[in-house]
Ligand binder design. Structure first.
Ligand SMILES: *[C@@H]1O[C@H](CO)[C@@H](O)[C@H](O)[C@H]1NC(C)=O
Ligand SMILES: *[C@@H]1O[C@H](CO)[C@@H](O)[C@H](O)[C@H]1NC(C)=O
Ligand SMILES: *[C@@H]1O[C@H](CO)[C@@H](O)[C@H](O)[C@H]1NC(C)=O
Ligand SMILES: *[C@@H]1O[C@H](CO)[C@@H](O)[C@H](O)[C@H]1NC(C)=O
Ligand SMILES: *[C@@H]1O[C@H](CO)[C@@H](O)[C@H](O)[C@H]1NC(C)=O
Ligand SMILES: *[C@@H]1O[C@H](CO)[C@@H](O)[C@H](O)[C@H]1NC(C)=O
Ligand SMILES: *[C@@H]1O[C@H](CO)[C@@H](O)[C@H](O)[C@H]1NC(C)=O
Ligand SMILES: *[C@@H]1O[C@H](CO)[C@@H](O)[C@H](O)[C@H]1NC(C)=O
Length: 494
């Protein structure tokens, strides 16, 4: 019989706190209901907008890919869906937005596709993964890309993770010889053709990644096809000079791979693995492991150190930077970021984004705790924002990204008329660069003849202008940057 362990869990489950517990915004020109951001800006931040994908106890009309500015104004809301990894990346030298969307399983992974949009928000690529995957409910899915990774490489390919259900001998863990478990896979995919260029499976390397080194114990309640054992929990892939580096959360380890997929070395957060730990170089239950400044002698690793699970509240979560010395086989702690005024215990998810290598600013998303923070080069918090109740709303990852977009759709407007006046509500979802509006009265709904009747500075997501006596009942608005027209609405009659 399997020992009765509580499964520590990297579960994506969130508590079912009521969404009403957190305020959300509403608009007249759009039916969005994004969560309000509570923002504390205490220093100078790097340029860029906040990219989040809240889910869980969010208003349905606010569960979407969201962009905000530092003042908490909504900039963009995507379709209502569960997303992950919403951010800007470079594809063939161009800025694109990328995100995963799909279904999250209670088991801690998902099935979906990666969407790539250009700077007008046109979907230019939809990356999917098909194959002989086995699912907990035996029902096939259109695409097996898991939520945990959607990284575009410098060679313009996509790295993604996938979870496969398989049967395996777990007698060494106290189970039986044919238990069900999750194998952790990753793939490098050609973005235009969905062709698989590289694939890797953790279970193929059982000799080098023994199952008994998992910190996720085989609970008595797992081991069936519906509830497979999650020994590895793959959650980030980064391309290295010759291969890849993989983060397996349940092993508390990063694995540096040879091109053939064998493990060249292991960094273990508990004991260093192939390296002697110098100073504070420990981590556990990590996410978002990234490689920098790689040479034959060494490299820098950044990661989000959860250090907590739903059943195991340990020291506060930190952002960790480590120097790996390949010559002397040492790992040295370089940075450990935490807010002393707001220690956070993030039991699942999270991300660490190095914003600027020169000044050392770092942006962290705290996963199951619905907060993001930016740290400066000295480790001081310069920005904090919260977008939901802790452990009820999560964004798997969160980013600060510079982004400039002119949407392919037109600005929206709604006119609310009273007996005395009319108020025009204008917005242009996703448009970053306009700063003022011009309001025109049109002779009719189809008339090209229009008269300027008002102007307004942009105020956040939606701008309102009240008109005393509009000369006609047809209005058209124009979004401008200075005097340059960026977008023109339909003519709306009221
Ligand atoms: C998933 O596991 C099954 C065994 O359960 C195996 O037959 C199948 O090939 C695996 N799928 C992939 C894509 O490796
Ligand atoms: C794990 O299993 C291997 C054999 O596969 C054994 O050599 C090793 O001692 C075991 N480690 C632990 C911690 O049980
Ligand atoms: C092995 O364990 C799993 C999970 O507890 C169970 O579903 C399965 O029936 C067991 N198989 C055998 C052959 O005992
Ligand atoms: C993978 O490559 C490494 C480095 O070249 C080599 O040592 C190892 O034997 C290879 N493994 C397999 C299974 O071929
Ligand atoms: C990489 O090296 C450069 C030059 O020494 C340095 O400025 C930069 O901070 C390093 N990046 C990281 C992530 O350590
Ligand atoms: C902002 O600061 C206030 C006052 O110190 C605090 O109560 C709140 O939790 C902070 N919010 C965030 C997101 O840091
Ligand atoms: C504008 O009119 C719509 C439809 O009648 C109404 O739902 C909305 O609350 C009004 N907005 C404002 C700000 O009065
Ligand atoms: C355009 O409309 C204005 C009043 O709204 C009217 O005075 C003018 O004659 C119209 N011009 C044309 C070319 O129809």
């Amino acid at each position: 019989m399997a020992p009765l362990w509580y499964t520590a869990g990297s579960t994506l489950l969130l508590s079912s706190l009521s969404a009403a517990a957190w305020p959300y915004s509403t608009y007249t020109s759009m039916s969005f209901q994004p969560p309000k951001l509570e923002v504390n800006k205490t220093g100078t931040t790097e340029p860029g907008y906040l990219f989040l994908g809240p889910r869980g106890g969010v208003q349905p009309a606010g569960q979407a890919a969201l962009i905000y500015d530092d003042e908490g104004n909504l900039i963009y809301e995507g379709p209502e869906e569960v997303t992950a990894n919403f951010r800007v990346q470079k594809l063939n030298g161009q800025d694109v937005v990328t995100f995963w969307s799909g279904t999250m399983m209670d088991l801690g992974f998902g099935y979906g596709a990666v969407h790539i949009l250009d700077n007008t928000y046109k979907e230019i690529h939809t990356v999917t993964l098909t194959g002989a995957f086995v699912t907990p409910d035996n029902s096939p899915r259109d695409s097996y890309i898991d939520l945990h990774e959607s990284h575009i490489t410098s060679r313009n390919t996509l790295l993604v993770t996938a979870y496969n259900v398989t049967q395996h001998d777990l007698t060494s863990l106290g189970g039986n010889s044919s238990e069900w478990m999750l194998d952790s896979h990753f793939y490098e995919i050609d973005i235009s053709t969905n062709q698989i260029l590289y694939s890797w499976s953790a279970l193929d390397h059982e000799d080098q990644i023994p199952l008994n080194s998992s910190h996720q114990k085989l609970g008595a309640d797992v081991g069936s096809q519906e509830k497979p054992y999650d020994a590895y929990h793959i959650n980030s892939i980064t391309a290295t000079n010759n291969g890849y580096m993989v983060s397996l959360r349940h092993m508390w380890s990063g694995y540096y791979l040879f091109p053939n997929g064998s493990i060249e070395w292991q960094l273990d957060g508990a004991n260093g693995g192939d390296f002697a730990q110098v100073g504070s170089a420990t981590f556990s239950w990590q996410h978002d492991l990234r490689v920098y400044n790689e040479t034959d002698e060494g490299l820098v690793l950044n990661l989000f150190n959860n250090a907590n699970t739903p059943t195991d509240s340990e020291t506060p979560t930190t952002g960790v930077s480590l120097a790996i010395d390949l010559v002397n086989k040492k790992v040295t702690g370089l940075r450990s970021l935490t807010d002393p005024n707001d220690p956070i215990h993030s039991v699942s998810q999270g991300s660490y984004q190095l914003l600027n290598e020169a000044d050392g600013h770092v942006f962290m998303d705290y996963g199951s705790i619905s907060k993001v923070k930016e740290f400066d080069g000295d480790g001081n918090v310069v920005f904090s924002a919260q977008f939901g109740p802790d452990n009820a709303v999560a964004s798997y990852r969160g980013y600060r990204c510079q982004w400039s977009a002119v949407p392919f759709w037109k600005p929206s407007l709604t006119v609310n008329k009273t007996s005395d006046d009319a108020t025009v509500y204008m917005s242009w979802n996703g448009a970053t660069d306009y700063d003022n509006w011009v309001v025109y009265s049109a002779a009719s709904a189809t008339s090209a003849n229009r008269t300027q009747i008002g102007t307004a500075k942009r105020t956040g997501f939606e701008t309102a202008v009240t008109l005393d006596s509009p000369p006609s009942n047809s209005i058209q608005v124009v979004a401008r940057q200075g005097s340059t027209v960026l977008g023109t609405s339909e003519i709306v009659s009221f």
